[in-house]
Design a protein around this ligand. Structure first.
Ligand SMILES: [Zn+2]
Length: 288
């Protein structure tokens, strides 16, 4: 079982019904018109942006973010310590913005496969051919890899629409990318984590650029989680959200690769990856 868009919508509705300190707005819409939700909580001056599911096969990151949000709000209400942190104090200092599913169309294709009744899906089959969509699909509904579409040393790795690594016809060509860029520019975040799967790794730099505390914070997050601090190489070293965030704002931005195994990591692995990622996120919040 996997965490799909309808599950996300249901979880957001349930969270909103319970918690008065949670608000939701739209960051934009996907190629197929799905809402790219942003959830906001906390009231502090510092702003932290958490996001996941840039890639179709990585919706376990959405499940993690929704559970993390729910647990934070639960601990706010009970005022109990959470992994040794006082959540009320953290959320007085920080306003948290969470986009749990940046690429809902890609997640849908990876989980539910291709719908022959859908015009856009038929176009995709024409462009990329038939493939095991549920095993390989990372891109959006136009065959563009969102995490290669950001304007940070953007280049074409693959010329044509593809299950992964096609950066699009030009940088920021996709509505999902534009939604994240507009949100970041409007809110002027102090820091961000983009969650991907898998590998148990924390990436903190771009093109040898790092914000002042990037490495120090990455090391602390690694200590909190047991993950490894890494520098990206090859095709992973440009065009991503974290790359663009570091280049554009000069602030600390991280990619975290959650868990270990073969994508798509199933929902039953949520408990296994939850602790380590909650700890590293709380560690960053504490340090902000
Ligand atoms: Zn990814």
């Amino acid at each position: 079982m996997y965490y799909d868009y309808s599950r996300l919508c249901a979880d957001i509705t349930a969270a909103e019904e319970k918690k008065h300190s949670l608000s939701r707005f739209s960051a934009g819409r996907s190629v197929m018109g799905r809402e790219i939700f942003c959830l906001k909580t906390g009231g502090g001056k510092k702003k932290l942006f958490l996001s996941g599911a840039y890639h179709g096969l990585e919706s376990l990151t959405s499940a993690f973010l929704m559970k993390f949000l729910e647990e934070l709000l639960n601990h706010c209400q009970t005022d109990k310590e959470y992994y040794g942190h006082n959540v009320n104090r953290l959320l007085e200092k920080i306003t948290l913005y969470i986009v749990p599913m940046v690429n809902p169309d890609g997640v849908d294709i990876a989980i539910n496969g291709i719908d022959p009744a859908c015009d856009l899906h038929r176009e995709l089959i024409r462009d990329v051919g038939m493939c095991g969509f549920c095993e390989v699909w990372q891109a959006n509904a136009r065959g563009v890899d969102i995490n290669h579409n950001f304007n940070a040393r953007w280049k074409r790795i693959r010329e044509h629409p593809s299950p992964s690594k096609h950066g699009g016809p030009y940088p920021e060509s996709e509505p999902e990318t534009q939604a994240i860029i507009n949100l970041c520019r409007r809110e002027n975040f102090d820091s961000m984590i983009a969650f991907h799967s898998q590998g148990g790794e924390i990436y903190y730099d771009f093109n040898r650029q790092t914000a002042p505390r990037s490495l120090e914070l990455a090391r602390k997050m690694a200590k909190a989680s047991g993950y490894k601090v890494r520098r990206p190489t090859g095709t992973a070293s440009f065009g991503g959200c974290k790359d663009w965030f570091i280049q554009e704002f000069g602030k600390e931005g991280f990619t975290v690769e959650i868990g270990h195994g073969t994508n798509p990591l199933p929902l039953k692995m949520l408990d296994e990856v939850y602790d380590e990622n909650a700890r590293l996120t709380l560690c960053l919040m504490e340090e902000m």
